[in-house]
Design a protein around this ligand. Structure first.
Ligand SMILES: Nc1ncnc2c1ncn2[C@@H]1O[C@H](COP(=O)(O)OP(=O)(O)OP(=O)(O)O)[C@@H](O)[C@H]1O
Ligand SMILES: [Mg+2]
Length: 298
């Protein structure tokens, strides 16, 4: 039965996997992980699919290099909550072939335990978010794959070189449109930590969305710097992408298989619910004014 949403505009159907009100039940991390492969076993299964699996065509070579190119240098990135490393690989940078490829490596071993996420699963969520971005053909999540790196299993994401120029008015408009696509992606992956500083602008005037680790909880748990979009309609082209994905059984089945290697069945099921709900009602979730914001420390 349709339920009204407190604070919503008139009567709107409650979307169980998208909207943070209603009788949501916290699922404890242990409960979430029941019946799925753990640790090394899950990593090996996901790795076996290969770096090209689920990639955007234009990202394939980069993903292969991220997964296989020799590591020529490594240094720790300061200020992160988790152990995060910048690595240099024996491959050219895809945007500047005269320069070496750099990547951000987040090993499972360096993850700080969190009360609401199962331990040592954050790096898998980085890769899962890339797969959703790729399935939507967005290109906002930098190529991200898994790798048994210098300190064990982790995620490897292309380093984004941020532009140091202020955008022109036309460029700012283009960026704004891209932000609405990223906000759609965040609603689908249920991003619990979309900080402003993690939406970078590249020299090609593209938004790059980094740090996608706190994603895919099976109950509404979005926190985002883009909170002001809550309750507004997705732009027509953004909504069309979600509808097209939802209606495409082949794409959804392939995505199901890929995500099931990285996440629990419950999380994949909730993700599919969010795709369905956002396709049927293309409105950004209205989040709590306090609880719906990320912690921006700097
Ligand atoms: N793909 C990338 N390209 C460029 N810089 C990156 C990339 N990924 C991460 N970084 C840099 O590394 C820092 C730490 O990474 P990230 O934020 O993903 O880790 P975290 O442990 O989740 O930290 P936080 O506490 O900031 O959420 C980022 O603030 C950013 O400066
Ligand atoms: Mg983070």
């Amino acid at each position: 039965m349709a339920a009204s949403r407190p604070g919503g505009r008139g009567r709107r159907r409650l979307r169980p996997h998208l909207d943070p009100m209603g009788d949501r039940r916290l699922v404890l991390p242990d409960e979430l992980e029941t019946g799925v492969a753990h640790g090394r076993e899950r990593f090996e299964t996901a790795l076996a699919a290969g770096p090209r699996d689920g990639a955007r065509i234009q990202d394939e070579e980069t993903l292969v290099a991220l997964a296989e190119a020799a590591v020529e240098g490594i240094g720790e990135v300061p200020y992160g909550s988790n152990a995060v490393f910048l690595v240099q690989l024996a491959a050219p940078d895809p945007h500047d072939p005269g320069q070496p490829m750099r990547a951000v490596y987040k090993p499972a071993r360096g993850e700080r335990p969190l009360w609401d996420f199962p331990r040592r699963t954050l790096y898998l969520r980085e890769a899962a978010t890339y797969l959703v971005d790729a399935a939507l053909d967005l290109g906002h999540v930098p190529p991200t794959t898994l790798r048994d790196g210098p300190v064990g299993p982790g995620s490897m994401q292309l380093f984004v070189h941020a532009s140091d120029r202020n955008p022109s008015t036309t460029q700012a408009e283009r960026l704004e449109a891209q932000l609405k696509d990223v906000a759609m992606l965040d609603a689908l992956v249920n991003n619990a930590d979309r900080k402003r500083s993690h939406l970078m602008v590249t020299a090609e005037t593209r938004i790059a969305a980094i740090d996608n680790a706190l994603t895919f909880l099976p109950y509404p748990r979005q926190r985002t710097a883009l909170i002001s979009l809550g309750g507004t309609a997705l732009p027509a082209s953004t909504a069309a992408r979600v509808r097209a994905l939802n209606a495409d059984e082949t794409r959804m089945t392939a995505l199901h298989e890929r995500l099931s290697r990285l996440l629990s069945a419950r999380e994949v099921d909730a993700f599919e619910g969010r795709v369905r709900e956002l396709a049927e009602d293309p409105t950004y979730p209205s989040l709590d004014d306090w609880d719906g914001r990320p912690f921006e420390w700097w």
